[in-house]
Structures are given as C-alpha cells and as structure tokens.
Ligand binder design. Structure first.
Ligand code: NAP
Length: 513
C-alpha cells in the first residue's frame, strides 16, 4: 500500500508531494492524465499565454526563481519552472502520466483509487485536479456543422492564421491574452462578447539581467519584490472584493483605474460602452493587458455583442447578420461546478458520494481542504479554498494545513484523521456569513457578471472570503480539536459528530490547541 495517491501533477499536486515528502512520506504516487507535469501550464499553449499575476508572487515562496524574463512571465517559463521544481524535489520518480483516475473509494482503512484497469491502494488521498481543467464547448446551435477549423484555447494547435478570417467566442482572461496576437496575424477578426471584462494595465516589463543576477545572489531582494507585488494585488484584487462593505472605496478605485485605461485606449464612446462591464469589479475575475482594448480600434477587428443565434457550415449568425469565417476559436472557458466538484467519483465512509453530498448539502470543505465523512482525504480544489491572490498562496496555505494536521496526527500516535462535522459546519457558516455580509458577491452588482465564482445555485463558493493573511493564519493555527485523529484508521470520530453509528469510536487523544 502506498503512503499517498495524489491526483494531478500541476503545481497543487507538486506542492502536496513536496509537503508529504518533508513529512517523511516517501511512497507517493502522483497520477496525471496528461503526458507531462505542469497542469494548466502544460495544457495551455495558445499564443500570448502568460501569467497575469506578477511572477515573483506566482511561484512557490520556498522555491523563488530568479530567472523570470519578465515581471509577468510567458507560459513556457512556467512550464520550465514546474519541471525545475519536479527535478529539484525529485518528484518525477513518483509521477505516472497518461493515467486518468475514474473513481476513489474509502475502504475502512485506506483509499482504493481506480484508473482504468489499474487500482492503487493508499493510506491518504490528495486530489489536486484544478478548477480550470475541463474545457467548455459552448452549447451553440449548429457549431458541429462548421466546416472550417474549430479550436478551443485549451487544446491549441499551431495554425497559420495569415490571410484568414477568424472568429473568437468569449472575452475572459484567456481571450484577453489571445486576441491581440490573433489580430496581428489574421486578415479579419470578429470577437463575440457576451459579458465584458474589467481589464487593468499590466506593468509587464522585462527583468534586466542585472536584476536577475541580484535576485539570484540576494534572494531577500526578490522576496521583497514578491511581498510588495502581493500587497498591491491584495489591495486591488482581494480587499475591495471580499471586504467590499468596509473597503468599497478600493473597489471603486479599481473600477476607475480600469475605466481610465479603457478611455486612454479607445476614443470611440460607442465602442467604449460595449467594452465597459455593467457589474461590479471583482464579481468575476478581472485581468491585466496593455493591448487588449486597443486591438478593437483596428479596422480589421470587430466586436460583436448581439447573441449568436447559430453557427452554420461557413460562418456565425447573430441578430446583426452573418459573418463568414475560416477559423473559429473557442475561448469559452471551463466547466467547473457541474463536472469538477469533484473531478471523479469519490466515495467516503458509509458509501457517501462526495459529488452528491455537495449538491444536496451545499458546496463545502473545512478550510477548503477536508470534508467530514472522508477520512484521510485532502481535496485541494474545494469550495472556499481559493485565496484569490495567487494560486500559489492557496497551495502554500494548504501545505501549511497539511503540515499542522499530519504533525498533530503523529504526535498522537495516530495514522488517520477526519474533520469533525461540527468544525466543518462552523467553518461553512463563517464563510457564508462573510460572503453575505461583506463581499461584493452579495453587496455589489453581480447579477450580469456570469461569473464562475458562483455555483449552479447562485452562491459564491469558490473564493475564500478572507484576506490572504487571514487564510495563512488559519492554515497554521486551526484548532486541532477540529479533527478526530484515528488510532485505527476507519474508526469513527466522536459520537456527537456521527449520530446513529453503533461502532464504538476509538479516537486518539485530541487535546484542544
Ligand atoms: P472564462 O473566464 O470562463 O471566460 C469564458 C468566456 O467565454 C466568457 O467571456 C463567456 O461569456 C464566454 N462564453 C462561454 N460560453 C459562451 C457561449 N455559449 N456563448 C457566448 N460566450 C460564451 O474562461 P477563460 O477566459 O479561459 O479564463 C478562465 C480563467 O483562467 C480566468 O478567470 C483565470 O482565472 C484563468 N486564466 C489565468 C491566466 C493567468 O495568466 N494566470 C490566463 C488566462 C486565464 P460569459 O462571461 O457571458 O459567460
């Protein structure tokens, strides 16, 4: 039996593996359905791909990279960074590629993870399958009848667009990166926008060689840059969003900043109006770009805002007429709530199905990591897990949570853990109260945002509605009494948490911390 199965070899899965190794668990299996590591940075290859969070922040704090070529590094550098981390922390030997997990089941004292014909047994299960891993094909009538080339941004194939008429559906963060490049190559570009996006200028400068040398020699300088960048982002992207009630002014400033950016780049008031969101900043993920808005002022680029009625063999039809095209680019994002929570069937204690349980009882996970009824399971892409600042902040909070949890478990001579229902319920209530009392999601104008932050019940359950510092503090200090530590894995938690169960529970000593 393995110590742990980790599903996903992106940065989340690699962070969990680094932490488990530090904790002394060496027999890890990391299962990845793609043919290499890197997660989103392996899969996404569209032109213009880059981080939209400054690179010193968008990286592990314990593995700073002094070699970023720009403040916002291009996608291939992230992929190289992932390979470097895997090599340095010796993770590749645990990785199995081209393995698609279809289900996982708790079997009294361990997890059985099924991938096709193979079954992996492990004491602990970690899922790190990402939020944005299931590309969404829009449900548009006739799309399958289009005779030209159709490509989703998450399955990009190098294509010669010179002289071609290109349509792109979607104006999310991916489209914002892609559209300027498409416009440089194609003969005509039509952008089909349903919901405009808030776009801020991007301070995207090359990092001079001398600064890179300085970062390499004096890592604290890069740490200071990371700290400064994170503080600015926290103020702009988090404070005015999760603390909207208290810091509405920060939200308004962010909106004004984006409006001024649009105003500088687009002189035509009609076009500007079309590109201006009618929902509050932060209801959906904003992004950064210096050339997105300007692209729409070029004569061969059109912005179409009337709804698509259908696609036919050679073009797209809207109420405004039809446009003949050669290539259709789907920048239509990802399915989240329907297919990714969880990404495959996870069955816990007493046959509890995680997906069904989430749908019947609200989306929830204690500290965005553990779920009652699912012993020895860490679900890294859970409701309320994402800190919003940088995915790496989320990953590192989860690593801290794991460290505290496993250290306490061992100190009690235990080999298993399960979050108590009480702790989970309290956490859920606290998060829900914060969302409804403080955040832009309930106090701002989000109705027209079409944001994936909201689940199918209209609840904003993706982002953790606390400051990043609050998330970090909670990860390092959560009460250990929130867990039952199991001396004999599979033994139930406290009776109060598990009414109606007849087996006598045998939790290990569990002093409150
Ligand atoms: P997205 O934000 O979900 O955007 C999808 C776009 O497609 C939206 O404009 C959506 O319109 C449109 N769309 C979907 N279905 C449609 C339909 N049937 N008809 C018309 N339009 C349709 O997806 P994304 O742009 O791929 O970005 C996803 C996330 O990836 C981002 O929020 C960000 O977190 C991440 N990302 C990060 C980076 C980075 O550098 N770190 C770069 C790119 C992306 P509606 O809004 O009206 O639904």
């Amino acid at each position: 039996m393995h110590d742990a199965v980790i599903v996903g070899a992106g940065f989340g899965g690699m962070g969990a593996a680094v932490e488990l190794r530090r904790l002394g668990f060496d027999d890890l299996v990391i299962l990845e359905r793609e043919d290499d590591l890197g997660g989103t940075w392996h899969v996404n290859r569209y032109p213009g791909l880059a981080v939209d969070i400054p690179s010193p922040t968008y990286s592990y704090s314990f593995e700073p990279n002094p070699h970023w070529s720009r403040l916002f590094a291009p996608g291939e550098e992230l992929k190289r960074y992932a390979a470097h981390v895997a090599a340095k922390y010796d993770l590749r030997r645990s990785m199995r590629f081209g393995v698609t997990v279809t289900s996982a089941r708790w079997e009294d004292d361990h997890w059985e993870v099924v991938a096709g014909e193979e079954t992996f047994a492990a004491r602990y299960l970690v899922t790190a399958t990402g939020f944005l891993s299931m590309p969404k094909t829009p449900d548009i009538a006739g799309i399958e009848s289009f005779r030209g080339e159709v490509v989703h941004t998450a399955a990009w194939q190098p294509t010669d667009l010179r002289g071609k008429r290109v349509a792109i559906i979607g104006t999310g963060a991916t489209a914002v990166q892609l559209i300027p490049g498409l416009a440089r190559e194609a003969a005509a570009v039509t952008v089909y926008q349903r919901t405009p996006i808030w776009v801020s200028p991007k301070p995207d400068y090359p990092v001079p060689a001398v600064v890179r040398k300085l970062f390499a020699r004096l890592p604290f300088v890069q740490r200071a840059v990371r700290w400064f960048g994170s503080a600015v982002l926290e103020l702009m992207m988090i404070s005015g969003v999760v603390h909207y009630r208290q810091l509405r002014v920060a939200n308004r400033l962010a909106e004004r900043w984006c409006r001024a950016h649009l105003h500088r780049q687009v002189r035509d008031p009609g076009l500007r109006r079309k590109l201006t969101p009618d929902y509050s900043f932060g209801c959906k993920r904003p992004t950064f770009s210096n050339d997105y808005f300007r692209t729409f002022t070029q004569p061969h680029v059109s912005l179409e805002t009337s709804s698509i009625t259908h696609v036919d063999g050679s073009g797209i039809v809207t109420a405004n007429g039809r446009v003949d095209i050669d290539v259709l680019v789907l920048a239509t994002g990802f399915d989240l709530w329907d297919v990714n929570f969880p990404a495959f069937e996870v069955t816990g204690r007493d046959g509890r199905d995680l997906g069904a349980w989430w749908r019947q009882n609200r989306f929830q996970a204690y500290e965005g990591v553990t779920v009652p009824g699912f012993p020895n399971y860490l679900s890294l892409n859970s409701p309320y897990s994402y800190s919003g600042l940088s995915y790496f902040t989320t990953i590192e909070c989860q690593m801290t949570h794991m460290r505290r949890l496993f250290t306490a478990m061992r100190a009690r001579g235990a080999s298993g853990f399960e979050v108590t229902r009480r702790a989970n319920d309290e956490f859920l209530e606290r998060m829900r109260a914060k969302v409804s009392r403080n955040s832009v999601f309930s106090l701002g104008q989000c109705a027209t945002a079409h944001s994936y932050y909201f689940n199918q019940h209209g609840e904003a359950t993706l982002l953790r509605p606390t400051s990043t510092i609050g998330a970090q503090r909670a990860a390092g200090r959560f009460p250990l009494s929130d867990y039952d530590f199991l001396t004999d894995t599979g033994t139930a938690g406290g009776p109060a948490d598990r009414p109606g169960r007849s087996t006598a529970p045998r939790p290990a000593g569990n002093p409150a911390s």
